[in-house]
Design a protein around this ligand. Structure first.
Ligand code: HMN
Length: 296
């Protein structure tokens, strides 16, 4: 828990105008986040456009982040693919980079039984020594893992936790109750970060930390330093973050965050890879106005 608790930015993958990866901006983003006090990074996940990158690009992105972090941050590598063999290849590469843990989304697309899904995770874990963090995101995958599934998987000591991207905080609390105090839970929906902490999360992995790391690092510090004595302050900080998130959900998450990072001068272009879209000139000026008025 000491090693892993905290705020992890699910890094975006900066791109040039033509959609190729801008590794210099990725280095700049990584070091900027470390300066803001984040505990570490979640690399190659949804926010990182992991499923829109080639396997080779996923590996280079990870190498770049590991290099830029230079031991100053915990690195969690998302290696999940819909196929076990591909996931294993990325897991082995990630382990060679010395990552602190690997993480894999539930295989989606094919309808699989819980036994097949369990087999997928067990095979990945058997192929490396790195700890595994299961990525639960039913809203995107359409696969809802049961509490029994988690309880079963948590018996394997290599499976150290879950990245829980769901607004169902009762379920989160039940994972805590069933899998025990040592099982790590990372809150995945930034808009309920504080509520997730109350439900038992040890930290959070989030996309909006790209654009407002300080607020979340601050909330985590307050909660770990004095328990809930700063509850009111944390509530106000969450409300401040949610003002931005509420604005963001009117657009598309990844292009929005890239646009804000562009306005902050951290990435060179706001480009996301197709089929993700570009904003129209009119949308751009609305985003700029919001940025000017709030420094988002
Ligand atoms: C990742 O895999 O990149 C993420 O950590 C995803 C993360 O859980 C985000 N989920 C989605 O983008 C769907 C959240 O940070 C989310 O963007 C935020 O809570 C706003 O809904």
């Amino acid at each position: 828990k000491e090693t892993f608790g905290g705020i992890y930015t699910a890094l975006v993958t900066p791109m040039h105008e033509d959609g190729s990866i801008d590794y210099d901006s990725l280095v700049r983003l990584t070091t900027h986040q470390i300066d803001q006090g984040v505990k570490g990074f979640y690399v190659g996940g949804s926010t990182g456009e992991g499923f829109l990158l080639t396997g080779e690009e996923r590996q280079r992105v990870l190498e770049t982040v590991v290099g830029a972090a230079a031991g100053r941050a915990v690195v969690l590598a998302h290696i999940g693919c819909i196929g076990t063999m591909d996931s294993i290849a990325l897991a082995k590469h990630a382990e060679r980079q010395g990552v602190d843990a690997i993480s894999a989304v539930v295989p989606f697309y094919y309808k699989l039984s819980p036994r097949e899904i369990q087999g997928h995770y067990e095979a990945i874990m058997a192929s490396v020594a790195a700890p595994m963090i299961v990525y639960h995101f039913p809203g995107a995958t359409g696969v809802s893992l049961s509490l029994d599934f988690y309880e079963g998987l948590s018996r394997n000591p290599q499976c150290i936790g879950v990245k829980f991207t769901s607004l169902n905080l009762f379920e989160m609390q039940q994972i805590r109750a069933r899998c025990g105090e040592d099982f790590l839970i990372f809150n995945g929906h930034d808009e309920v970060y504080a509520s997730g902490a109350l439900a038992g999360a040890d930290g959070a992995i989030g996309s909006t930390f790209n654009i407002m790391p300080g607020l979340f690092v601050g909330m985590h510090r307050l909660l770990s330093e004095d328990g809930w004595k700063s509850g009111r302050t944390v509530q106000a900080m969450q409300a401040e973050a949610n003002r931005v998130i509420a604005h963001m959900v009117g657009y598309d998450v990844i292009p929005y965050e890239k646009y804000m990072l562009y306005l902050q001068g951290i990435v060179r272009t706001p480009t996301a890879r197709q089929p993700l879209r570009r904003f129209t000139p009119e949308e751009r000026s609305r985003l700029e106005a919001f940025f000017e008025s709030s420094g988002a």
